[in-house]
Design a protein around this ligand. Structure first.
Ligand code: ATP
Length: 891
C-alpha cells in the first residue's frame, strides 16, 4: 500500500478511523482479535522435551546410567532401578529449575516492553505497543521508539533515525505532506514513521497503517532472533571453576576406587561406588541454581520497583561505589508549585499546594490584587507551554511536564482559563524545550493579528539573551545596574531551593520569516521570574545516609541552578560541609584527566547538559569507581551505557534511555536504587552461602570414602545412599539458602571489590575445614558402630548415612552467616526450615519404612544411636562457633 501518496483524509477513510477521537476500545479489541498483536514473530524455542533430555547430556550421568544398566544385567535389579529412578528425579528437578529460570527471564522481557500513547474513545492513553492496531492514532516525542508503521498527520520539528531499516544513521526530517509516486524508497518516505525507528527530535502524531509482520521492519527482519541470555561474570567464573572441580572430584574418586580395589573390595562394587561418588561430588547443578537464585532475586527487586534488564547488573550492583543521580523527579518529587513571582521590580508570593488552581497572591506581605505586569508574566508562562491542566474526579493533574504545569496552575490562580486563551491567542509555531539550550519558545498571534515571541528558560541563560526589560508596561534598555539587580534576584530565589524559570518577550513584524530557534531567541525583553518549590522525596535523605554507611557516595547531577542544587543537596545531606559543587561551564573547560584529579571532592554537578554526564562517568571510572548513573532523556543514553550500572526512569524515561539501561526504576525514586543495591549485595552473598554449603558437603562425601579406603575399612556408604544425599540433602536446602534474607550488616560494609574471587574472605578455608570435619564425623560414627558390631555392616552404614545427612543439615544453618550460626534467627528463613524438615523426614522414611530398607540398604536405628549421630553432627558447629566467639571478643 502506498500510504505516503495518500492525503491524510484518505488515509483516515481507508483505515476507518477518526482523527478527533481515535478508535473506540471495542473496535480496537475487535481489530486486535482479527489481525493479531503487533509483534515481530520470534524464532522457535527448544521444546520442553528437548530441555528435559538435555539434562542427561552430562557425561557423568551417562556413565552412571551405563553402570546401572550393567549392574542390572548382573542381577542387581533393585539397585539398578533405584539408581535410575533417582537419576530421573534429578533430571526433573534440573528441568524445572531451568524452565523456571527461563520463564522468569521471559517475564522480565515483557515488563520492559515498549509502550505507545494512543487516542482511544477520545482520550490519550498509554498502552503496550503490542496492542496497537491499524487505525490507532498515536502521538510520540523525542526519545520514543515508534511502535508500528505510521502515516504522519502532524509534525513539530520531527526527526527520526531510521538506520535499523535504511542503514542511514543521519536522522531524517519528517513532514505530513503527501509524496507523489509509487516507487519512493523507504528512506524518502518523509511522511511515514516506521516501527522500531527512533525519534531523535521534536514530536508528532500519526495514524497506524501497518502492524506486526506487515510493517516494513517485519518484512525485512524475517524472524526476530531471541536475544541470547547473558551470563553474569560470576556464572562465567563458576563455569570455569566447575571444570576444575570436575577434574579434582574425578581424581579423588579414582583414588578412592584404586585404594578400594587394592584393599580387596570387588572391582564391580568399587566401580559403581566410584561413579556414584563422582556424580554426587561434581557440582554440576551449581550454574543452574545460580541462575535460579539470580532470577528469583530479580523478581524480588521487581517487587521493590527496580526492573533488571541485564542480568549481570545484579552482581555489579553489589560493587557500586558511586551513585550519580538526577535531582528532579529522582531525589525530588517533581511536583512543582510556583510560590514566588518577580516582575516590574516587585516580588510576589502565591499560596496553594499541588495542582489545584486555588491560591492568593501577596505583594510585600499584603494580600494584593494581581496587577497588569503580573497578569502578563502569568499569561506568558501559560502561552509558552506544552502541557495541560486536567481534572479527574476532584483531583487536578498535569498532562506533560510538571515545571510547565506549575506555570499553568499559577496563571489559573489569577483567573486565566484555557478557553479564554484559545479565544485570544493562536500558537503559530513552537521550538520545544531541550536540556542543552535550556529554553523553549513559541510564536503567538493575537486577535488583532499581532505576532510576538515568548521564550521561557533557565534564568541565567535567558538573561544573556535579553537586551531590555519590561518596566511599567514598557521595554527599557537594561542597564548594567539593572542586570545585576535581576541576577541577584535570581540567586536569592535559587538559594531558597526554588527552581526558577525566566520569561522573555519580543514583538515580531507581521510577515517576519522564522527559520530556526537561533533567529528568535535573541534580543529579547526580560519580563520576569517564577520560582517553584519541588519538595525532596521524604525517603531520600535516609537512603543517602544508608548508602554513605555502605561506603557508597551519592552525587547529584542536575540541569538546575547551582544555588538551587546546593540548597537541595544540603537538605538531603548529599553535600558534606567540605564537599564541592561544580557547574557545567567549569566542567566544560576541564580535561578528563583534570576532572579525574578533583572528582572525589565534588558532590553536586549543577547547570550541566546531558553530554557532561559521560565525562563524569569516565572520570569516576578512571578513579577506580564502579558507577551507577541515572538518566531519562535521549542524550543521557551514552552515559547510561558507559556507566557500570545504567539506570533509567520508568515513568519519565524515554525508550532510548530504557534500552541503554541495565536497571529501570518503576517509581523514578532514588531510594529504589538503594534498595536494588542492597538486594544485589544480598544475592551475591546468598550465592556464596550455597556454594559454601554444596562444596563443603561434596568435600565431606569424598573424604569419608577416601579415609575409609585408606584405613582399609569396608565402604561406609553404598552408591544409592550417596546419590540420595546428593539429591535430597544437597538440592533443597541449597535452593533455600539462595532465598535467605539479608544479614543486618549488608549495608554497613564497603562495596565488594569487583575483582574479588568467589572464595575470597575466607570462604575457601571454611569449605575445606568444614568438609573435612563432616567427613571425619561421619567416619567416626561408622567406626564406632562397626567396631562394636563387626557383623552388621548395614547397621553401621545406616548410622554413617544418617550422620552425613544430619551433619549437612546442621551445617546449612552455619552457612547463613559470615560470622557465627548464633548471629541469626533460624526462623527468619522459613524456606530453609521447611527444606531441612522435609529432608529430615525423608531420611526417617528411608531408614524406618520397611519396604524402602532393602532399596536404601538401611535398618531401623534405636533411639540411643541418634544421640551419637546428632552429637557428632553438631560438634563441628560448636567447635567452630566457639573459636569464632573468642575471636570476636578480642578487640
Ligand atoms: P535533572 O535534575 O533531572 O537533571 P533538571 O530538570 O534540573 O533535570 P533540565 O530539565 O535540563 O534539568 O532543566 C534545566 C533548567 O531549564 C531548569 O533549571 C529550568 O530553569 C529550565 N527548564 C526546565 N524545564 C523547562 C521548560 N519546560 N521550559 C523552559 N525552561 C525549562
Amino acid at each position: 500500500m502506498n500510504w505516503h501518496a495518500l492525503r491524510i483524509h484518505d488515509v483516515e477513510k481507508k483505515v476507518n478511523t477518526n482523527m478527533a477521537s481515535g478508535l473506540t476500545e471495542k473496535e480496537a479489541k475487535k481489530r486486535l482479535k482479527q489481525f493479531g498483536t503487533n509483534e515481530l514473530k520470534e524464532a522457535k524455542k527448544p521444546s520442553a522435551l528437548l530441555l528435559f533430555f538435555g539434562q542427561f547430556k552430562d557425561f557423568m550421568v551417562l556413565i552412571l546410567l551405563i553402570a546401572t544398566v550393567i549392574s542390572g544385567f548382573l542381577g542387581e535389579y533393585v539397585d539398578a532401578i533405584a539408581i535410575i529412578a533417582i537419576v530421573i528425579i534429578n533430571a526433573f528437578l534440573g528441568f524445572f529449575q531451568e524452565r523456571r529460570a527461563e520463564k522468569s527471564l521471559e517475564a522480565l522481557k515483557q515488563l520492559s516492553a515498549p509502550e505507545s500513547i494512543v487516542l482511544r474513545n477520545g482520550e490519550w492513553v498509554k498502552i503496550p505497543s503490542t496492542q496497537l492496531v491499524v487505525g490507532d492514532i498515536v502521538k510520540f516525542s523525542s526519545g520514543d521508539r515508534i511502535g508500528a508503521d505510521l502515516r504522519l498527520v502532524e509534525v513539530k520539528g520531527l526527526e527520526i533515525e531510521e538506520s535499523a531499516l535504511t542503514g542511514e544513521s543521519i536522522p531524517s526530517e519528517k513532514s505530513s505532506e503527501p509524496i507523489e509516486g509509487d516507487h519512493v524508497q523507504l528512506g524518502d518516505r518523509h511522511n511515514m514513521a516506521f516501527m522500531g525507528t527512533l525519534v531523535t527530535k521534536g514530536s508528532g502524531v500519526g495514524i497506524v497503517v501497518a502492524t506486526g509482520m506487515n510493517t516494513a521492519m517485519g518484512q525485512i527482519a524475517d524472524l526476530l532472533q531471541s536475544a541470547p541470555t547473558m551470563m553474569t561474570p560470576l556464572q562465567r567464573k563458576l563455569e570455569q571453576l566447575g571444570k576444575i572441580l570436575i577434574v579434582i572430584a574425578l581424581g579423588l574418586t579414582c583414588l578412592v576406587v584404586m585404594l578400594g580395589v587394592w584393599q580387596g573390595h570387588a572391582l564391580y562394587d568399587m566401580f559403581l561406588a566410584g561413579v556414584s561418588l563422582a556424580v554426587a561430588a561434581i557440582p554440576e547443578g551449581l550454574p543452574a541454581i545460580v541462575t535460579v537464585v539470580l532470577s528469583l532475586g530479580v523478581q524480588r527487586m521487581m517487587k521493590k520497583k527496580a526492573i533488571v534488564r541485564k542480568l549481570p547488573a545484579v552482581e555489579t550492583l553489589g560493587c557500586a561505589s558511586v551513585i550519580c543521580s538526577d535531582k528532579t523527579g529522582t531525589m525530588t518529587e517533581n511536583k512543582m508549585t510556583v510560590t514566588h513571582l518577580w516582575t516590574n521590580r516587585k516580588m510576589w508570593t502565591v499560596t496553594g499546594t499541588g495542582y489545584e488552581p486555588k491560591g492568593t497572591f501577596y505583594c510585600d506581605g499584603r494580600e494584593s490584587k494581581v496587577d497588569q505586569p503580573l497578569q502578563q508574566l502569568l499569561l506568558f508562562g501559560w502561552l509558552c507551554n506544552h502541557s495541560q491542566l486536567k481534572k479527574k474526579g476532584r483531583t487536578y493533574y498535569i498532562d506533560g511536564d510538571p515545571t510547565e504545569g506549575a506555570l499553568i496552575v499559577a496563571a489559573a490562580k489569577a483567573g486565566w482559563t484555557e478557553e479564554r486563551m484559545k479565544k485570544e491567542f493562536v500558537i503559530e509555531h513552537e521550538f520545544p524545550f531541550d536540556s542543552v539550550r535550556k529554553m523553549m519558545t513559541v510564536i503567538v498571534k493575537d486577535r488583532m493579528n499581532r505576532r510576538f515571541v515568548v521564550t521561557k528558560g533557565a534564568p541565567d541563560v535567558l538573561l544573556e539573551k535579553c537586551r531590555s526589560i519590561f518596566i511599567d508596561g514598557k521595554a527599557q534598555l537594561m542597564s548594567g545596574h539593572e542586570r545585576k539587580y535581576v541576577q541577584a534576584t535570581i540567586d536569592s530565589l535559587a538559594a531558597q531551593a526554588l527552581r526558577t524559570i525566566a520569561i522573555a518577550y519580543k514583538p515580531l513584524q507581521a510577515n517576519e520569516k522564522i527559520l530556526n530557534e537561533m533567529d528568535v531567541e535573541k534580543e529579547l525583553t526580560f519580563v520576569g521570574l517564577q520560582g517553584m518549590i519541588d519538595p525532596p522525596r521524604p525517603e531520600v535523605k535516609q537512603a543517602v545516609e544508608e548508602c554513605k554507611r555502605a561506603g557508597i557516595k551519592t552525587i547529584m547531577i542536575t540541569g538546575d541552578h547551582v544555588l538551587t542544587a546546593k540548597a537541595i543537596a544540603r537538605k538531603l545531606n548529599v553535600l558534606p560541609s567540605n564537599g564541592k559543587v561544580m557547574d557545567g561551564a567549569t566542567l566544560s573547560t576541564l580535561s578528563i584527566e583534570e576532572l579525574e584529579e578533583m572528582v572525589d571532592d565534588v558532590y553536586v554537578f549543577a547547570r550541566v547538559s546531558p553530554e557532561h554526564k559521560l565525562k563524569i562517568v569516565q572520570a569516576l571510572q578512571r578513579r577506580g569507581h564502579i558507577v551507577a548513573m541515572t538518566g531519562d532523556g535521549v542524550n543521557d543514553a551514552p552515559a547510561i551505557k558507559t556507566a557500570n550500572i545504567g539506570i533509567a526512569m520508568g515513568i519519565t524515561g524515554t525508550d532510548v534511555s530504557k534500552e541503554a539501561a541495565s536497571l529501570v526504576l518503576l517509581d523514578d525514586n532514588f531510594a529504589t536504587i538503594k534498595a536494588a543495591i542492597k538486594e544485589g549485595r544480598n544475592i551475591y552473598e546468598n550465592i556464596r552461602k550455597f556454594i559454601r554449603y554444596l562444596l563443603a558437603s561434596n568435600v565431606g562425601e569424598i573424604l569419608v570414602m577416601l579415609f575409609a579406603m585408606i584405613l582399609a575399612l569396608p565402604l561406609p556408604l553404598v552408591p544409592i545412599q550417596i546419590l540420595w544425599v546428593n539429591l535430597v540433602t544437597d538440592g533443597l536446602p541449597a535452593m533455600a539458602l539462595g532465598l535467605d534474607p539479608a544479614e543486618e550488616n549488608v549495608m554497613k560494609r564497603p562495596p565488594r571489590h569487583p575483582k574479588e574471587g568467589i572464595f575470597a574472605r575466607g570462604l575457601g578455608w571454611k569449605i575445606i575445614s568444614r568438609g573435612f570435619l563432616i567427613g571425619a564425623m561421619t567416619l567416626i560414627a561408622f567406626i564406632v558402630v562397626y567396631t562394636r558390631n563387626p557383623n552388621e555392616l548395614v547397621y553401621a552404614q545406616t548410622v554413617a548415612f544418617a550422620t552425613l545427612v544430619m551433619a549437612q543439615l546442621i551445617h546449612v544453618f552455619d552457612c547463613r552467616s559470615e560470622r557465627s550460626v548464633f548471629d541469626r534467627n533460624p526462623f527468619e528463613n522459613m524456606y530453609l526450615v521447611l527444606a531441612v524438615l522435609s529432608s529430615l523426614l525423608l531420611l526417617l522414611v528411608v531408614i524406618y519404612y520397611p519396604p524402602l530398607q532393602p532399596i536404601f540398604h538401611t535398618v531401623a536405628l534405636p533411639l540411643t544411636d541418634w544421640l551419637l549421630i546428632v552429637g557428632l553432627s553438631a560438634l563441628p558447629t560448636f567447635l567452630l562457633a566457639g573459636s569464632l566467639f573468642q575471636k570476636r571478643k578480642r578487640p
